[in-house]
Design a protein around this ligand. Structure first.
Ligand code: MOS
Length: 719
């Protein structure tokens, strides 16, 4: 079953320093003369600031200054930015609208930063921030997805992260649906959800001679530096961003957010370094979220289960500051061999914070709808859900017509079903144990390949060690483990002889650790750097397959040699690349206590070659765990009267704890993919969540006969 060759390294490089407290996170950095900024956030969702009692705050102990719309333009040193009027102006901003913070007195969502108070101590800054009097003229907020008419995103401008157009179709879905003998028509709802990394988003900003140096918790120091440079009208080289270790991100640290910009403004005001750490409640309105959305899915099929048409329409919340679009319909075009497919994304601009990417953005939400609908179709046909999927198996990419680079989706089904002990057939699979209702469900998911320009350098020392340098972030995904594996294989060194220097814009450019792209992007650059180094040594006439780089260095009696690699995608690949997963879930539903427990979860995953078994497995386990949270726990509620998020702490925003997560059985299947990327690897970071919530929902249906169409699934709200 397992054809994938594995690298020998079984260690996780960053683990010891994290366990013993040696890893430095942003707020851990000790900076001489540091001051503390605390945000003041708007309690109203829509309206205007009428006054801020800055004088009152300045009379409080230890207060050094207050930043707000009253002085931001002056501190920024640029004219106040014009407020964008068209959606494409919102989405195309390099700083995602961060520099619109304090640009005017208008309130566009509850939790919007209205001021930052700076003091010598965190305690004084917090006290003054809490005491700061801000008065508002409040209007009624626009909240609730159903409250007003949705507008389709203009397909010309509505570019969804990952490059999906908002509207697309092939064939004639409407015509085929009207003639289909079997139809499934269903609406699926999923709530706003928040990433909640353990490490709160944080920034320490410091100016010296017009240069901005920033410690910041993010997924890509170079991306944040470019955004800060744009916000302050600086050259990118005038901004240095350092992100040594990052305590979780999941998409909420991909872009510059208001707090990073505000820390830099505040540092200009007080002419000292400023540390700004978001509180957990502030995090809920300051760094994005997975937007709430509604998805209408219609499947048309013949009596044998052949899909004739799919229509998938999403209505997605977005904000008034940054127009993030949750692209949840895109995978529907490639998932099944169906001739007629129509997908559309519609946006509603509400008085809520901007959304953003959250672990497999769009794919996690979209797969919940599509894979639930497939289960509904299987139930309508009394057909085994795997058989239905195999009947509609796409042997090439049905959207582009390109062949798959590799696809082990069928093996995912086979291996997952075998390990789970799947009872095939169209009948109910579960049963009961005492009063518990047991259900079995399955679903599958796919994740595409994203790759971007990246650079890296490598130095090999005669001592036998090597160092790779690239400005990538380590968000816990394992770059410090995997990049050395890649270089070690290229250089013929043991993996533990290679070290990664990362997390600093002084190091070569790397893209953000998002979209599962780092191996395909930075991994390529690392390989090129190693090739460059080997070429240089070959130029000395000594290189050969029988000699290692280190032996050559010793023969040449030089201490070290260096190589540099730059890589960027050169146009679309001739193949379509997808990682795949099949998930199998057993739930136990207690109709007396109204609880739903996941008892077993089995996944078979095709990510091509597994470069680092420990970190790849952790990625998949973590993503599945987030899928269990999406299915059963996570939901950020809005008070419709005030447009405020209600459950903004970890006491009331539920995430799965250890007792909620059974042993998750993960198998890697498939084979190295020669075309997708580096050493045969495909995207690994996010595939685990795709389809996971649908597998739970389908198991709940099997247990109860009630179809969950709203996340998170609660027994008492099952139809
Ligand atoms: Mo991920 S949501 O691409 O950080």
């Amino acid at each position: 079953m397992m054809h994938v060759s594995e690298s020998p390294s079984s260690r996780r490089v960053d683990a010891p320093s994290k366990v013993v407290g040696g890893a430095l996170y942003t707020a851990d950095h000790k900076i001489d003369g540091v001051t503390y900024a605390v945000l003041v956030c708007s309690p109203i969702a829509h309206g205007r600031i009428t006054s801020i009692d800055v004088e009152g705050a300045l009379r409080m102990p230890g207060i050094l200054g207050v930043v707000s719309h009253l002085n931001a333009a002056e501190l920024r040193g640029l004219p106040a930015p014009a407020w964008p009027t068209k959606p494409e102006e919102l989405i195309r901003r390099p700083d995602h609208g961060a520099s619109l913070t304090f640009a005017d007195a208008v309130i566009r969502y509850a939790g919007q930063a209205v001021a930052a108070v700076v003091a010598d101590s965190l305690q004084d800054a917090t006290a003054a921030a809490q005491a700061l009097t801000v008065t508002y003229d409040a209007d009624a907020p626009i909240v609730g997805l159903s409250e007003h008419e949705a507008e389709a995103t203009d397909p010309q401008t509505g570019e969804i992260p990952g490059g999906e157009p908002a509207t697309s179709s092939r064939g004639d879905a409407e015509g085929a649906l009207s003639e289909a003998p079997i139809r499934v028509v269903a609406t699926y709802k999923s709530p706003a959800a928040h990433h909640n990394p353990i490490e709160a988003p944080a920034t320490i900003a410091q100016w010296s001679d017009g240069t901005l140096v920033v410690y910041d918790s993010n997924q890509g120091p170079h991306i944040i530096a470019a955004a800060l440079a744009s916000a302050f009208g600086l050259e990118k080289k005038s901004v240095r961003v350092i992100s040594e270790f990052v305590g979780g991100a999941f998409g909420c640290k991909l872009q510059l957010w208001p707090h990073g910009y505000v820390a830099a403004l505040a540092a200009r005001l007080v002419k000292r370094p400023v540390k700004l750490v978001l509180t957990r409640p502030q995090m809920f309105t300051s760094v994005g979220h997975r937007p709430d959305l509604m998805q209408h899915v219609t499947l048309g099929a013949d009596q044998h289960g052949n899909l004739l048409a799919i229509r998938h329409e999403a209505i997605v919340q977005t904000g008034l500051v940054d127009e993030y679009v949750e692209g949840c319909v895109g995978r529907t075009r490639t998932r099944y061999a169906c001739p007629n497919v129509s997908v559309v994304t519609r946006l509603e601009h509400l008085s809520l914070p901007a959304g953003t990417s959250m672990r497999a953005p769009g794919k996690s939400t979209g797969s919940f709808a599509l894979e639930s609908a497939m289960d509904e179709l299987a139930a309508a046909l009394h057909m085994d859900p795997i058989e239905l999927r195999l009947r509609n198996f796409a042997s090439s990419d049905p959207d582009s017509g390109k062949p798959w680079s590799t696809s082990a989706l069928k093996e995912c089904y086979e291996v997952g079903a075998a390990r789970f002990g799947w009872r095939s057939g169209g009948a109910r699979r579960g049963g009961s144990e005492g009063r518990l209702l047991i259900g079995h469900g399955m679903a599958s998911g796919s994740y595409p390949r994203y790759a971007s320009r990246a650079t890296a350098s490598v130095v090999v020392f005669a001592s036998g060690r090597a160092t790779i340098s690239t400005g990538v972030a380590e968000i816990g995904t394992g770059n410090t483990t995997v990049m050395p594996c890649i270089a070690a294989e290229a250089l013929g060194l043991p993996a533990d002889a290679v070290e990664l220097r990362f997390g600093d814009t002084e190091l070569p450019f790397a893209p953000q650790a998002g979209g599962s792209r780092i191996v395909a992007s930075v991994g390529h650059a690392v390989l090129r750097a190693c090739e460059d180094l080997k070429k240089k040594l070959a130029g000395e006439g000594l290189f050969g397959p029988e000699k290692s780089c280190v032996e050559i260095l010793r023969e040449l009696e030089i201490d070290s040699a260096e190589g540099y690699g730059a890589w960027e995608p050169d146009g679309p690949l001739p193949v379509s690349v997808e990682s795949n997963a099949a998930h199998f879930c057993e739930v136990a539903v207690d109709p007396i206590y109204e609880t739903i427990r996941v008892r077993r979860f089995v996944s078979a995953v095709d990510i091509g070659r597994v470069l680092s078994p420990v970190t790849a497995r952790s990625q998949v386990l973590g993503a599945i765990t987030m899928g269990l949270g999406q299915a059963l726990c996570e939901e950020t509620l809005v008070d419709p009267r005030f447009g405020r998020y209600l459950n903004i702490d970890l006491g009331e925003y539920l995430v799965p704890v250890s007792a909620d997560v059974p042993k998750i059985d993960v198998s890697f299947v498939g084979e190295p993919d020669p075309q997708s990327g580096v050493l045969g690897a495909k995207s690994a970071g996010e595939i685990g969540i795709v389809g996971a919530a649908a597998a739970v929902a389908n198991a709940v249906y099997d247990a109860t006969g009630l179809r969950p169409r709203t996340l998170p699934i609660r027994y008492d709200t099952l139809a």
